[in-house]
Design a protein around this ligand. Structure first.
Ligand SMILES: [Zn+2]
Length: 144
């Protein structure tokens, strides 16, 4: 994928995601994931997965990073790029819930780097979530 961000920037962001994965709390799955968000201000915010004995309460690294970013910089944040990494040598594209939550603060061209089955992959956000829920779509449907 072509992105306006340099490959070096995306590589650095992936490295930040990998470092965040080292902080993972994942005693149940042992799947250690990290995420790094590059905000349009140049700030980088990282997160890691935090599991819970009640499995459904587990929060993914991507959402942990996003909640941290909003908490730290406020509701006006915009995401320029996302990197996801894990320490398990496995493919780990963001789950559907994380895609929808990230979409709130990302644009269609936001780059997202993640380990895929074929190796590290970079895609545009509108490629990983082509039909995310959007209230604007609902409003258009209401007018029709
Ligand atoms: Zn997720």
């Amino acid at each position: 994928m072509k992105t306006s961000l340099s490959q070096m920037t995306l590589d650095d962001l992936s490295r930040d995601a990998t470092l965040a994965a080292e902080k993972s709390y994942s005693p149940y799955s042992g799947f250690r994931v990290g995420a790094a968000l590059l905000l349009d201000t140049g700030k980088i915010v990282v997160g890691t997965n935090v599991e819970n004995v009640s499995y459904g309460l587990t929060i993914c690294a991507e959402r942990a990073a996003l909640v941290r970013a909003v908490s730290e910089f406020g509701p006006g944040i915009r995401i320029a790029a996302v990197a996801v990494a894990n320490l398990n040598g496995a493919a780990s594209p963001p789950c559907g819930a994380c895609r929808q939550v990230l979409a709130e603060f990302a644009g269609p061209e936001t780059a997202i780097v993640f380990p895929a089955a074929s190796g590290k992959t970079t895609m545009r956000f509108d490629e990983v979530l082509p039909f995310g829920f959007d209230m604007k779509l609902k409003q258009r449907a209401d007018k029709a």
